[in-house]
Ligand binder design. Sequence first.
Ligand code: ADP
Length: 481
Amino acid sequence: MSRRSHPIQFSLKWRFTIGLAALLLLTISALGWLVLREIKLDQQQKVETDLKQRSELASLRVRQIYLSGSALDDVPTFLRRRGTELAADLSALLNGTHVMLYDSNGKEIGNSMPLSGSADVKDIMVYAKQGKIVYEQSGDSLIYLAPIIWSVGQVGIVQLQLSLKADQAFYSSIALSLRNIGLAALAVSFLLGFIYVQRVTSALRKLRAAADQIRAGHYIGQSPIRRRDELGELSEGITYMSREIEQSLARQKQFIGSVSHEFKTPLTSIIAYSDLLDMYRDDPKLLDEAIVNIRQEADRLLEMVVKVLHLSEMEQYEFSLHAENLDVQESLNAVCSRLRGKAAQFNISIETDLEAAMIRADRESFMHIFLNLLDNAIKYNVPGGSIHIKCRADSNKAVIVIRDTGIGIPEEARAKLFEPFYTVSKDRARLSGGTGLGLSLVKRLVELQQGTVVYSEPPSAAQGSQFTVTFPLLSKKNLQA
Ligand code: ADP
């Protein structure tokens, strides 16, 4: 089955980089546009206020000159006669602004710069004659018309022409700077973004390569990338997963190896007996021996098959637990009564000292655990020996101790006791019909109930073995439920 079917058409790197560039461009353009618009509005406002003040000043000046004269002429005549002179005077007053004067009908009566020609203002003059302030832009200058209004009414119109060159130059230089800064910022952030994304995608590629490697069965021992972010965590996770898979595979291989090996011995023995029986068909002694031995080996095989199946069920999570509120005292008594007969056969007594304790566990698993432990305590006991089972309720757990007066377990064997197929010595396993699977089953079952099981040293004077099992006690809350 092929896992990857589509080649990557548009890599993350390019999506990210192009997206980032578009976003930056948009931001910079919007900012630039806003700044330039503000500048333009500001300039316009300044020019307007400036021209308004100048036109008012001009109007006042004309009135002052008229009044300070002999005032022989009427106003229109005064303006017509002295228009050119007035325009020059106003221009001087207004720092050399180009000033033109018109009478109330819009006819030119004075021009401070007669040689420079005059712009065509016919369109806006209409409004100026109606007493309104109007202006228009022509090329790089602004033409501003303001009525001269006295108490007698509108007597004329003053036209101011202002060069906008300086403002325009300022505006263009700002626009240019903004563009340059914007482009530089764009380039730098694009580059940085690209480098960053490049590094992220390279990390992702490494992770993918690692995943491919694991898929092909080459497990990795070291994290393919080292980063202190989510990618680093992902990498650690993948490495951990790889190690777990490798270990679990190794365990499985070892288990299968042991199973095949352990199955071989009883089968070889059975085959050997059938060969012997074939050769010595009428040896009654051999027949008796064969019946006993074949039965024993077959029993051992059957027990092994049952336990291996049980163990593998648990490995494969098909194992279902039906947790229920369990009375430890009652359940242990049930286990004991099941094994009392077998113990009596070997002249072994079972003594109990059980405090009341409630736990939450699967009943069948619980029985299995203690049947196995008790069975061992009988199997590896001595004739006339005894077994003590004690249960007490600790602050938050039930502690169950099983002690026997049997042959004990040598110190060097204790570490491996719970491994599948481990037997302290083949001989004693053979004698007792052991498979070496009992304790590994016990451990798995106990752990599935959130419990612990350990081999614990028996009191110094006593000989034998002692196992301690604990389970979390049922909390008060659950007890009422
Ligand atoms: P088995 O089926 O062989 O009993 P177990 O996994 O139950 O397998 O036990 C593993 C080994 O631990 C046994 O072979 C036995 O030698 C030793 N053992 C277990 N329980 C006891 C005990 N109560 N006393 C002495 N030896 C024990």
